[in-house]
Design a protein around this ligand. Sequence first.
Ligand SMILES: Nc1nc2c(ncn2[C@@H]2O[C@H](COP(=O)(O)OP(=O)(O)OP(=O)(O)O)[C@@H](O)[C@H]2O)c(=O)[nH]1
Length: 449
Amino acid sequence: MFDNLSDKLEATFKKLAGQATINEVNIGIAMRDIKRALLSADVNYKVAKKFVEEVREKALGQDVVKSVSPAQMIVKIVSDELTEIMGGENKPLDLNTKKLPAIVMVAGLQGSGKTTFCAKLAKRLKKNGKHPLLVAADVYRPAAVDQLKTLGEQIDVPVFALSEQDALKTAHQGVDSARKNGNDVVIVDTAGRLQVDEDMMVEAEALKDQLKPEELLFVVDAMIGQEAVNTAKVFNDRLDFDGVVLTKLDGDARGGSALSIKQVVDKPIKFMSVGEKVDDLDVFYPDRMAQRILGMGDIVSFVEKAQETLDLEKTRKMQSRLLKNEFDLDDFFDQLQQLKKMGSIQGLVEMVPGLNKMIPKQDLDGLDFKPIEAIISSMTKQERATPEIINGSRRQRIANGSGTRVQDVNMLLKQFKEMKKMMGSVTKMTNSGRKILPQNLPLEKLLKR
Ligand SMILES: Nc1nc2c(ncn2[C@@H]2O[C@H](COP(=O)(O)OP(=O)(O)OP(=O)(O)O)[C@@H](O)[C@H]2O)c(=O)[nH]1
């Protein structure tokens, strides 16, 4: 996400880095470049125009501070402005209500990722100690009801559905059922259509009027670019929703909708969805997103995600084995499982400052752990603990057992050996008190110029 925009902004800042002062001329060129970068990231034209005007005004109005170079100053202004256009601070869900259950109504076009989002949100709320109930009010497509039921089973959250095609009745009875069964939050999945149509809007308006949800969330697929912004406008004019959920940001390399939607509908983006799995949902933090766009990563989210998903006890044990250089293929296997729990690798790489520059995206596309897992699973306990004993005939046996080739086994063993060597030297550096991160980051370097 935002790959191109990040590269273009970085190039603009680099050009400014050689300048001694900020003046009308160099700021004019920089703003032209930034505007072009925003437009090619599919940012709404009016938003891009306003953005550069604000940045220009702030940059020219700044007192020259000796310790800060023009490039540093512009990076800071652009970062603040990006945060601002995406909404400033995160606006969390407000589920406070005197009458339980709290109701979250979810609306959007068909295929936007509504149903998947309902399940993701339910999982998140459950983790935070709530007792959600999912209500299948997307009654016209039996497959949508089945999909919600399957997801509900997967995350162990109850799903309420009726066999009748009556969204209002389903929603009302769902809320009653929640009240009876002690569910404190109801998440109502509503019907979508392929395009905005009158029947869908009328039904959504009726649901809103009758349910009076604490949160009405509009779900939109970021991959449709500016169309996402237009659809948001139409839905907001009719439903006056409370917040936006941007989905499929993992597939949206440009990111224009994330940058435009808040400005156009004046409603906060509350969540972003970055993959198909039930854990691929993140709270949307405009400031962290701005940092990501500027290639500075989002280490806070990375650490939060790790804390939420990883088995910390296991990780601690692994670290201690690493320090003693006892890390073996069993640990490697465990670590892969933990990594997988954290979500998409591309998403993780984008969060770590500088890492997205070090690993080409094409190396991550389609990265598949399955053959690695199969190879390790085909080894004996002894082989996993002491990979050095894996000779030619053992390699052949492991390849046969895992349905891979001997070359694949060789490659894995070689990579494991190199990784262990690298970890050894990192451990030594850490022990000797040398800091490894985060000095080598592109923007950190740029800021030092
Ligand atoms: N890559 C990616 N796929 C997603 C994401 N969110 C949802 N999807 C996929 O998008 C497709 C549509 O998602 P649904 O949740 O069924 O969409 P919906 O809006 O409920 O659609 P209807 O039930 O037909 O109204 C599914 O294949 C999801 O797995 C996401 O963040 N990233």
